[in-house]
Design a protein around this ligand. Structure first.
Ligand code: SF4
Length: 314
């Protein structure tokens, strides 16, 4: 191995050694998305959670580094930074006993000298392409599940610390910043939703019965609980696979597959299949031992297929 390869490889191995999943006993503010069942599984099946690969751990490390740079720069500019990495718990009561429904770590508090109020700050380093699109914290609520988890963090911290104001300080990893302020009065609904999901998940771990399935199929499709096989949401697929049964497409595809020296016939049959499937509209289909996908893209409608080992539904 040469010198330059060794540099990259040694670093990768160091991160590989750090790959681990840690035990989780309570809902974590950073892990609260839109599904209480996922929060339940974060606790009951923490050891099933896929371990992050080295490249993602490297990205996380860069995020931690950015946070330290941000704090250093804020202090250099004369701002008062306090309570860095302060642990918090949101406690309630259940069946006469204390119940921790959420834990977390606040990145830091920043004193607003105008109001003499401490503002809860969470520092996020974002890819420049995402950074460019975000100008308001509420935009996190409209993004994919990964980003939506960001949206609940600061409101939960504000609630836990009884603070009226919070802020996401975002950095694009290129040294540019944006400050996205939050006023708890504008975030009461998302905050209450997040608290409800934490409460539901935590109680479910005590009662031994998982909360119901998420209503958002898109969240399920992206969810680790589904991919590792511990949750089987019936609604995760918004476009269920349709069985084309006796349409004859399976037989045509068998012929297409076997044709090796009749180009014209091949083209005609392929055209027939594509036109038949396009007429059904975008979707996923099975026919015999063929899986067929019809996709609508900006440059047209495309039909593809591949052989599957077993027929679906038999
Ligand atoms: S797969 Fe869907 S229902 Fe199951 S835990 Fe994930 S988001 Fe919730």
């Amino acid at each position: 191995m040469n010198f330059s390869t060794e540099i990259i490889e040694r670093r990768r191995k160091r991160y590989e050694r750090e790959r681990r999943t840690t035990r989780q006993d309570h809902p974590r503010a950073s892990g609260v998305g839109e599904c209480a069942r996922e929060i339940y599984h974060q606790i009951t099946d923490w050891n099933m959670k896929p371990r992050h690969e080295a490249p993602l751990l490297q990205r996380f490390q860069r995020g931690k580094d950015v946070e330290n740079i941000v704090i250093r720069e804020l202090i250099a500019d004369g701002w008062e930074v306090t309570e860095s990495q302060l642990a918090l718990e949101i406690k309630e009561e259940y069946k006469g006993k204390p119940l921790v429904i959420c834990t977390g770590h606040i990145d830091f508090d920043l004193l607003d000298p105008g109001s003499d109020e401490a503002v809860v700050v969470d520092c996020k380093s974002l890819h420049p392409s995402v950074f460019g699109r975000i100008n308001d914290a509420k935009q996190f609520l409209e993004m994919d599940s990964f980003w939506r988890k960001y949206a609940y963090q600061v409101p939960l911290y504000m609630y836990a610390k009884s603070r009226q104001h919070g802020m996401y300080l975002i950095d694009d990893c290129l040294g540019h910043w944006k400050c996205l302020p939050l006023d708890l009065d504008d975030w009461l609904d998302p905050c209450e939703d997040a608290l409800r999901r934490c409460r539901e998940a935590k109680i479910a771990t005590i009662e031994g019965e998982p909360p119901g399935y998420c209503k958002n199929p898109k969240a399920c499709r992206e969810c680790w609980c589904r991919t590792v096989g511990i949750c089987h949401p019936p609604l995760y697929e918004p476009n269920p696979i349709k069985d084309l049964g006796e349409s004859g497409i399976s037989e045509i595809l068998d012929v297409v597959e076997s044709l090796t020296d009749d180009g014209k016939r091949y083209e005609r049959l392929v055209k027939d299949v594509k036109e038949t499937v396009k007429a059904l509209g975008p979707g996923r289909f099975v026919c015999g031992h063929w899986a067929i996908v019809c996709e609508k893209k900006s440059n047209g409608v495309f039909v593809t297929w591949k052989a599957i080992k077993q027929e679906v539904g038999t």
